[in-house]
Design a protein around this ligand. Sequence first.
Ligand SMILES: [Zn+2]
Length: 294
Amino acid sequence: MPELPEVETVRRGLQPAMEGRRITQMRVNRPDLRFPFPSRFAARLTGARIDSLERRAKYLVARLSTGEALIMHLGMTGRFLIETPDALIAPGEFHREPGAGAIHDHVIFSLEGDARVTYNDVRRFGYMDLVPLDSLAECRHFKGLGLEPLGNALSGAVIAKLFAGKFAPLKAALLDQRLIAGLGNIYVCEALFRARLNPEAPAGSIATKTGRPRAAAHRLAETIRDVLTEAVAAGGSTLRDFAHTDGTLGYFQHGFRVYDREGEPCVTPGCGGTVTRIVQSGRSTFYCPLCQKR
Ligand SMILES: [Zn+2]
């Protein structure tokens, strides 16, 4: 399942091919992916100019000159191939699925300047939708989605306000998409380790009674941003030949400090602790009990 950094990597790869270009032709090879395509999907896109290609949580959002936005979600195995007259690129190819051949090419965008962008999805958990631009924030995909973690909106003060008074464990609060959107298990484990925060501590413990940030809140905001930024930076280079055992991530694994390192020594110099795994809300949490004391 692509996580937020993978989706951002894909967005950056697609941007030069799509942004500012008009869609000259659309080919849609089936009536649905995970959900049916919107009515007259190809017709509503043909001739539209893509004014910008953005990301919200794990969605790609193409703002169109027609007053609509094309929303795209990669599901489990969605990927894009970009063909230009002189190159073939698959940005952020995080998941190598055997047999991901042309039979799984479901949507093909022909663009001005002879570029072609193909959406391929073996398992078809991805989906696409068209939504009026003026009601984007309230659309069914984005309504209720929390704060964007990769950006300036996330600060210690903001997290403290979100988490103040909450007894849920920090780990659970960080995974709650209504609070912060798009943070996955791996990145939460890594961010908590770097911030030296115990995953089972109450979320509210990073704030004072009146909701003001403690030092921990500032550290957490910073480490979340660092972890995601590093994963995005790693996205373009080393991911291609890696397939994780559980089928998830591609490349950031070289940067893991605790995730998937159960029983290994803590990487903090002089700590001497051992990375431990516990299960919280059905998901594995990896942490160092010495660095991340309650
Ligand atoms: Zn440690």
